[in-house]
Design a protein around this ligand. Structure first.
Ligand code: RB5
Length: 152
């Protein structure tokens, strides 16, 4: 699958605006269509609203992957994972990003802007996008997470 065939939806709260912009620029540079669901300013907002917007853009087929950023990545990943079919992985480095795809077929990457720097975040994003799901024993386990959701 080429970057052009892999649209990515992004969302953040106020704590993640700058890192989201960095990640969005990298995605666009690589050729991914992007859908920025906000927020885009410093005003304090509620992270579940942006997690919901990104989750819905995957569930309605607009985007293939999602990227979420808040201060720690915790709140926004919890919110995303309340949607059946969303497998949001809060990661802190390229290794956990890679394994979230290989083992968990994660479809949303969550990052903490107050926890990791932009270079680590960019490495994690690249690892996430470049790693296929491993299938096999992992598929059996992932199917148990959301039986009604077909893997793709
Ligand atoms: C906002 O201050 C902060 O609580 C939020 O960005 C996030 O870290 C929550 O999990």
């Amino acid at each position: 699958m080429t970057p052009q065939d892999t649209p990515v939806a992004l969302g953040s709260d106020h704590a993640g605006v700058a890192l989201k912009a960095t990640l969005r620029a990298a995605l666009e540079e690589a050729g991914h269509p992007t859908f920025d669901m906000g927020t885009n300013g410093p005003e304090s907002v509620d992270y579940p609203d942006f997690a919901d917007a990104v989750a819905n853009s995957l569930l309605d087929g607009t985007a293939r992957f999602g990227v979420l950023v808040c201060g720690t990545g915790i709140g926004i990943s919890i919110a995303a994972n309340r949607h059946a079919g969303i497998r949001c992985a809060l990661v802190h480095d390229a290794t956990t990003a890679r394994l979230s795809r290989e083992h968990n077929d994660a479809n949303v990457l969550a990052l903490g802007a107050r926890v990791i720097g932009p270079e680590v975040a960019l490495d994690a994003l690249r690892a996430f996008l470049n790693t296929p799901f491993g299938g096999g024993r992992h598929e059996r386990r992932v199917r148990k997470l959301t039986p009604e959701w077909s893997l793709r």
